[in-house]
Design a protein around this ligand. Structure first.
Ligand code: ADP
Ligand code: MG
Length: 702
């Protein structure tokens, strides 16, 4: 820690936190803001004025000269436009101003953000609205105000608005069910999220030499290094000093911003790492994850690294995800997914558990869409990540509990048991009710679910919007079934309903190994979807079922659903297009040059040898030169095909057809081209290669 400071001294030092507000705001103003945050109620302008004044004072004391409304457009990144507090006075001097109106509302030009046809091009106006439930903070001399972003007509143009809507929908439905079950003191529930972020760190100089990493975030070619992750020696391994120093800086920067970074370790692949935060309310957690990604890159740059957030930067080793730990917490402090000591007797827990299982089964396809991106397509279904098939892992004990419900008998399991470690000196620890299952895309992990499909690069908002809404719908259905049941019969009826839901949805429960081929076949027999790519999955987003779900709970209007459909597909096609052009350029301009030079050099050697040793039967040089020459021919033909098909893709006007063509044809062309290039690369000395190899990139950090 710098200058002997404690973590507690720096934590949140750049955040306009609840504590700062309590110290600086008049009592009644503080109370009003607090009420808004707690209950999601509207904030009056006079209160906003008072908050703005205090915010400005505080921000200026911390060196800020500007403020910005910070929002999350549908690009999946964050956006900001900075205004200074400065306002000229009539006497030629300046005063520093910031009003309540400027705090609550901004009017950025929306015309250059994707809207998927929501906003006519002549109507450029967009609005940002302050989200008081996510704290403002200072970064690079500006006061950052988290906001939601919408069009002139009120349609959401961002990821935060629907997230907030989905949190409200879930709260509303959960409270109704809780009241039925006797928890009358609960007035609100919030979704909690802890999103573990995986990333790669590589040397910055090497990164700068690779056009594919610079332009696409992933390598488009590259022969595998002699060593990959097969030794399993990186996961949780000792941190290298440079990496450790990076993580130290990263923690410190995040802590200052009030991001509760908690755990750091090496991941499975070489050069891959993970950061996990302490969980927070969903919208704050999403904001903080965006900040985490940004700070990861910034600190990496300072320390001579490049931080790769792409889902699959290197072929052949694990990709990166963003495990979304998710639960529901009441305003009375109860985690509704905590089974307690005796899960079988905890009716409230069982109802919420069953609601989640039914929701995931019923809306598995829409959940699949929520994690679809060009990058994540490389990861889902590969050997490290969950397959594209969505299933739920509940663990042995809960599986037994569910079975007893299904069979209508008492659960006789023992709950937590003590673990036998065979050495008296070790402390006695209790076993958890669930083991870990690393292969499930949606695993119950003790008192929360862990959704493992989200990709490392994309905002985790989408996954949570869908999850919250699907669970809200499952709870709404449960409420409808139970609302008129007399209290005396409630427990019996709840058990009957749980049994019915279980029979209907148990096909999604799977406790085995999700990476095996048998599971793929078994899942097909069970009728579960296996939507392998984004273009495969997208039609489900605009299905009647999806539209009904989202419009019923007022998360998206039909127009908003279609706009997101267009944007996701367009984004997919654009990504593949850039990748194709980058690969073509790298091969044509850089790689072929090295290949030709080396082939020529070897051929010359062959000729020399022949002159010197005309009768020698060993003609290794000739052999190599011929093989490389033959590969050059294949590479040229594959290049031509890729180039032609990419042009054909450009002509496609229908968004889905275009994306599907990129996926089916162009991506395949890229793989074919790459396979020849990689073979050739493995035969060429590094001095002839125009860019660093996998081996250098993955193993050069000290
Ligand atoms: P592990 O997955 O290694 O067992 P933890 O269970 O401590 O580790 O937590 C993993 C992640 O889950 C952390 O980001 C943590 O904050 C988050 N988490 C823990 N409890 C909850 C909860 N109730 N809701 C959401 N996320 C949670
Ligand atoms: Mg995890």
């Amino acid at each position: 820690m710098e200058n002997g400071k404690q973590v507690t001294d720096i934590y949140g030092q750049l955040v306009f936190s609840d504590k700062v507000m309590r110290e600086r705001l008049p009592k009644d103003v503080y109370k009003a803001v607090h009420k808004t945050i707690e209950n999601g109620t509207h904030l009056e302008l006079d209160v906003a004025n008072a908050v703005a004044a205090a915010m400005k004072e505080w921000a200026m004391e911390h060196g800020a000269t500007h403020f910005t409304h910070w929002f999350q457009p549908m690009t999946g990144l964050t956006a900001e436009k900075h205004d200074s507090f400065l306002s000229p006075d009539s006497d030629g001097s300046v005063i520093m101003e910031f009003s309540g109106k400027e705090l609550v509302k901004g009017e950025p030009d929306a015309s250059s953000f994707p809207s998927g046809g929501l906003r006519a091009t002549f109507e450029a106006r967009g609005y940002t609205a302050w989200d008081p439930s996510s704290p403002a903070f200072i970064k690079d001399g500006s006061l950052y105000i988290p906001t939601a972003f919408c069009s002139y007509g009120g349609e959401a143009l961002d990821k935060k608005t629907p997230l907030l809507r989905s949190m409200e929908a879930l709260s509303k439905e959960a409270v109704k069910v809780l009241h039925l079950l006797g928890s009358k003191d609960v007035t609100r529930v919030s979704t909690t999220i802890g999103s573990e972020q995986e990333y790669f760190l590589i040397d910055k100089d090497l990164y700068m030499q690779r056009k594919d990493l610079l332009l696409c975030g992933r390598t488009l070619m590259g022969a595998p290094a002699p060593k990959g992750q097969e030794m399993e020696d990186h996961y949780f391994g000792v941190l290298k000093p440079k990496v450790s120093a990076y993580m130290h800086d990263l923690d410190e920067e995040l802590w200052k911003l009030g991001v509760p970074a908690k755990t750091k370790h090496n991941e499975v692949a070489p050069s891959q790492h993970e950061l996990a935060p302490v969980f927070e309310t969903a919208n704050v957690a999403v904001d903080h994850n965006q900040l985490t990604m940004e700070v990861m890159k910034k600190v990496a740059d300072k320390r001579g690294f490049a931080c790769l957030l792409h889902e699959k930067p290197f072929a052949g080793v694990n990709g990166s995800g963003k495990h979304n730990n998710w639960s529901i917490q009441t305003n009375t402090g109860v985690n509704l997914l905590d089974p307690g000591k005796k899960p079988a007797e905890n009716i409230r827990f069982l109802v919420f558990l069953m609601a989640v299982i039914s929701a995931v089964d019923e809306y598995a396809d829409i959940l699949r869409v929520s994690v679809a991106s060009a990058g994540n397509d490389h990861r889902l279904g590969a050997n490290e990540a969950p397959p594209a098939i969505i299933s739920v892992f509940v663990g042995d004990e809960l599986a037994e509990v569910l079975k007893s419900i299904e069979e209508g008998r008492e659960f006789t399991g023992a709950g937590k048991t003590e673990m036998e470690m065979g050495a008296e000196v070790l402390p006695h620890i209790m076993k958890d009710t669930t083991d870990r299952n690393r292969t499930s895309p949606f695993a119950f992990t003790g008192n929360k679910f862990e959704f493992r499909m989200p990709g490392s690069a994309i905002s985790v908002a989408n996954a949570n919007i869908v999850l919250n809404t699907a669970v809200a719908e499952a709870l709404a259905r449960i409420y409808e079934e139970l609302k008129d049941v007399p209290e005396a019969e409630l427990e019996t009826k709840v058990r009957e309903l749980l049994k019915k839901l279980l029979l209907e949805h148990k096909k999604v429960v799977f406790n085995g190994n999700g990476y095996t081929e048998e599971w793929v076949e078994e899942a097909e027999r069970r009728g579960l979807d296996n939507l392998k790519s984004l273009p495969d999955a997208m039609p489900r987003w605009i299905s009647e079922k999806s539209i009904e779900l989202f419009t019923k709970h007022k998360i998206f209007t039909k127009e908003e659903i279609f706009s997101r459909y267009e944007i996701l597909l367009e984004n997919y096609s654009k990504t593949r297009h850039i990748e194709s052009l980058t690969l073509q350029e790298m091969v044509r301009k850089d790689f072929l040059d090295g290949l030709i030079s080396y082939t020529t050099a070897v051929a010359e050697e062959a000729a020399k040898k022949k002159a010197l040793l005309p009768d020698s039967p060993c003609a290794i040089e000739t052999h190599i030169a011929q093989k490389l020459d033959c590969l050059s021919g294949k590479i040229l033909r594959a290049l031509d095909k890729l180039s032609e098909d990419t042009k054909a893709a450009e002509e496609k006007t229908d968004a889905l057809e275009c994306a599907a063509f990129y996926q089916r044809v162009v991506l395949n062309d890229m793989e074919v081209l790459r396979s020849y290039v990689d073979v050739a690369e493995s035969m060429i000395p590094e001095s002839y290669l125009p860019y660093p190899t996998y081996g250098e990139m993955l193993f050069s950090l000290r």
